[in-house]
Design a protein around this ligand. Structure first.
Ligand SMILES: Cc1cc2nc3c(=O)[nH]c(=O)nc-3n(C[C@H](O)[C@H](O)[C@H](O)COP(=O)(O)OP(=O)(O)OC[C@H]3O[C@@H](n4cnc5c(N)ncnc54)[C@H](O)[C@@H]3O)c2cc1C
Length: 322
């Protein structure tokens, strides 16, 4: 069995046990959230030992070289000597403003002390009172603030705090940015499909504006789905953006309700495929509820979109919400 040395203690891992689970089993209160190698909150550093590639998947090269790894995804085959990460992996942020975008979605704009390199569509993990949650970035880097769209979840620790208690000037810690769901220049004529439900719009709102800012010439179709009309937000902004950019089509879709006022009725996957049955040659971005993202990825692929052209972020809830 592999062993880990941490703060002068030698811990033996159980078979197939991750470093994070072993540390928690031994009573170390290691911060964690998704337990899926996504949020980055359980980041640790290894001084010696061989790290399995999965423990560093998606990480920037400079961090890999310095021995950082996600402890939730690390099931080592040999002994490791590990430590907590330093302050250099975390950023201090201040809430610049808060604004309701709909009945249950709040926009939070966060300001960093130092300029932060990020791409619209990536996500950050904010940490407060030992609770870490990831949120997608809706803003563009030159807006100098991180814009997040946070849906209120009943009983939700982080979203509840943002909706009920947070105020401008409050400070938090943040990990990231992370993720690869963002616009890349180079194929400006390629048709783009952006689809999401609920706050899955947050990364798409950033990506669509990034594509337009980079003079994307191909058609862009943005589908935003919700159960009812009240679940859609930024509708007027997006309609205005589509009027200014004739190659952008914005299609708000509702599951319940009629087709009045330009809202299409039906499940988002059917709405997309009715309009664009053949997606060969398209690039796609899908974000939001994990099961919708999974369904969409499958259907886009079966309709001709190459898997290398599908970029997705599933909003996986925390593994340990309470
Ligand atoms: C990469 C990534 C990006 C994300 N981006 C966004 C974003 O841009 N905007 C956004 O609003 N969220 C986003 N999320 C989800 C977010 O990280 C939190 O999971 C969410 O805000 C709930 O956290 P909470 O602390 O409020 O609720 P918790 O305290 O974690 O959960 C409270 C209770 O609600 C349940 N629950 C949690 N989530 C849901 C849900 N979606 N539906 C129903 N029940 C739920 C839990 O199981 C628990 O019982 C993203 C997640 C990931 C992994």
């Amino acid at each position: 069995m592999a062993r880990i040395r941490y703060r002068d203690q030698l811990l033996t891992l159980l078979e197939h046990e991750s470093v994070l689970d072993a540390m928690l089993r031994h009573g170390f209160p290691i911060l964690h959230s998704c337990k899926a190698g996504v949020c980055g909150s359980c980041l640790m550093r290894s001084a010696t030992g061989l790290l399995p590639p999965r423990a560093q998947a998606g990480m920037k090269d400079s961090w890999k070289l310095r021995g950082y790894f996600y402890s939730c995804s690390c099931i080592p085959e040999s002994d490791l000597e590990i430590s907590d990460t330093g302050a250099d992996t975390r950023t201090e942020v201040t809430i610049a403003s808060l604004r309701l975008l709909s009945g249950d979605v709040i926009q939070a704009r966060l300001r960093t002390e130092e300029p932060l390199a990020f791409r619209a569509g990536q996500y950050v993990t904010v940490i407060r009172d030992e609770v870490a949650r990831s949120y997608s970035i809706a803003s563009l880097p030159d807006e100098n603030e991180l814009e997040l769209h946070i849906r209120k979840i009943p009983g939700g620790r982080m979203s509840g705090w943002f909706h009920n208690e947070a105020k401008a000037g409050d400070r938090m810690t943040m990990v990231g940015p992370s993720g690869e769901c963002f616009y890349v220049t180079g194929h400006e004529d390629q048709p783009l499909l952006l689809a999401g439900t609920g706050t899955g719009l947050a990364p798409l709102y950033g990506i669509v504006r990034d594509a337009l800012r980079n003079n994307h010439r191909g058609p862009i179709h943005l589908f935003h789905g919700a159960l009812r009309r009240e679940g859609l937000y930024l509708v007027e902004d997006l309609r205005r953006l589509a009027r200014l950019n004739p190659h952008l089509q914005y299609i708000p879709a509702v599951l319940k309700g009629d087709e009045a006022d330009g809202f299409v009725q039906g499940p988002i996957d059917s709405v997309i495929l009715t309009r664009i049955p053949n997606l060969t040659g398209w690039r796609g971005f899908v974000c939001g509820d994990p099961s919708t993202v999974q369904t969409l990825k499958k259907k886009l692929f079966l309709s001709g979109m190459a898997s290398r052209d599908i970029f997705a972020d599933a909003f996986i809830p925390a593994a340990n919400p309470s």
